[in-house]
Design a protein around this ligand. Structure first.
Ligand code: ADP
Length: 442
């Protein structure tokens, strides 16, 4: 549903209703005026007078609705229209007598006096009051104004009721349309989610396959290179070219191998979850451990630790440390020297705990936030990031029945909040479903 079509007016606007009735009003008015005039055929002077009064009335009405409408506010328009019609019709009545055809103009006029809550009711009363007063003062039989006033009141009330019913059905249609728009929106979100889940479950399967294929050859590459390194180290005398291997080439190769193994193990964990068993651990102690591990990446910033003495938590502590280290390293990389990273733990009611990792770094754009938990999404230069850290973190935290929320804005730092149940629920991990992301200042 387009944005403009949703802007249907919620209430019928009397002026709009009148605009719609205008052609009919003009035709009816002309017809009645002609009938009122023609009844005086033979009495030519009277007929000329009535014709002139009616023509003048119609001219003023046309001028009012075609020309003056641009300058006058709607309520002034309506009262002026009423004043013109009621005064000229009363003048005809007083001048040449109150005929039935003249009276029939009163209920006819009531059809377009709409809007009991606006000035419609007041105008109807004024219309009838002026006509009746003029008629009675000019000696008209009181039964005529009485009969036509009752008819006019009924016409007005029926128009009013009909408009009210129309209003109700319009509101009903609008509310149905809004419900439909909401349902369509929800359906679109569900469809997008289903699409994402499908994408990530295929990615997960692919990652598991790739990791498995790499894992076996990497096992003997690791072992052979390690063996070679140890053997060469144990040699008492080495030729010069081999010395360089022992001092530089092989340690660098082993570093690279370690990195590949870490990526493979992350991939496997992302795809299938970790076999680590559930146990009770002290959350605050794990926070300290994570800080120790990440310390090397946080040398250039100030680290603040606020432990909420949250006590024991049941879950997978090593996995939690992995998540925290990844987030602390990311925070360190996002901050220039002098930045502050604050790691804190809090109780979250009786059944949960909350861990916050807040930094004063670069923050993230809404675009980065949208892709944050996607595997292989990274903004870091090649060799610096794999884009798996947060995908794995998400998989781990949701796998233990928790959730991650992020608040971030460019230039205003980032805050990752981990919510964990005190006793982890065993949820299927590995399926990526996206995290709670807020693009606000941290
Ligand atoms: P990697 O660190 O390998 O890039 P991650 O999944 O850990 O992979 O992070 C994905 C991306 O999220 C990062 O490349 C970075 O752009 C962004 N990011 C994560 N944490 C932060 C942070 N604290 N501040 C700014 N950007 C961050």
């Amino acid at each position: 549903m387009s944005a403009s079509s949703a802007k249907t007016p919620q209430v019928l606007d009397p002026e709009q209703v009148l605009q719609g009735l205008h052609p009919l009003m003009m035709k009816g008015s002309l017809l009645l005026s002609a009938a009122i005039t023609l009844q005086y055929v033979g009495q030519w002077r009277v007929m000329a007078w009535v014709f002139a009064a009616n023509a003048f009335r119609i001219l003023l009405n046309v001028l009012l609705s075609r020309v003056f409408v641009r300058w006058l506010p709607p309520w002034v328009m309506e009262w002026t229209r009423l004043a013109i019609n009621v005064s000229l019709l009363s003048a005809i009545g007083v001048g040449v007598g109150w005929t039935l055809l003249l009276w029939s103009y009163v209920p006819f006029s009531m059809f377009w006096l709409y809007g009991m809550n606006g000035s419609g009711g007041a105008r109807a009363l004024a219309y009838m009051g002026v006509m009746d007063a003029a008629a009675l003062l000019s000696g008209c039989d009181p039964r005529e104004p009485l009969a036509f006033s009752v008819l006019a009141a009924l016409s007005f009330l029926m128009t009013e009721k009909r408009a009210e019913l129309l209003q109700q059905s319009l509101e009903h249609i609008i509310s149905q349309r809004e419900q439909l728009a909401r349902a369509r929106g929800e359906l679109r979100v569900l469809h997008e989610r289903a699409f994402e889940q499908e994408k990530f479950s295929s990615l997960g399967m692919m990652a598991a396959g790739v990791a498995h294929e790499i894992n076996n050859p990497m096992a003997f590459v690791t072992s052979n290179v390690n063996l070679l390194f140890k053997d060469l180290q144990q040699q008492p005398v080495l030729p010069e070219p081999l010395k360089e291997y022992v001092d530089e080439v092989l340690p660098a190769t082993l570093d690279g191998i370690k990195r590949v193994n870490a990526i493979v193990s992350d991939l496997r964990r992302f795809a299938r979850g970790d076999p680590e068993v559930y146990s009770e651990y002290d959350l605050d102690a794990e926070l300290k451990a994570a800080l120790r591990i990440a310390q090397g990446q946080l040398g250039h910033v100030r680290v603040e630790l606020e432990l909420g003495e949250v006590g024991g938590v049941v879950g997978r502590s090593q996995q939690l440390v992995q998540v925290l280290v990844n987030m602390l390293v990311n925070a360190g990389q996002a901050m220039a020297p002098g930045g502050v990273v604050r790691l804190s733990s809090h109780r979250e009611g009786d059944a949960g705990v909350r861990v916050e990792i807040r930094d004063t770094g670069t923050g993230m754009t809404p675009e980065v936030l949208r892709h944050l938990f996607e595997p292989f999404f990274t903004t870091k230069p090649p060799g610096m990031g794999t884009g798996l850290g947060l995908a794995v973190a998400h998989s781990i935290i949701t796998g233990q029945g928790g959730r991650i929320e992020v608040e971030s804005a460019p230039g205003q730092g980032t805050c990752f909040t981990l919510y964990l149940p005190r006793v982890a629920r065993r949820c299927a991990s590995g399926a990526h479903t996206g995290g709670g992301v807020t693009s606000a200042a941290a």
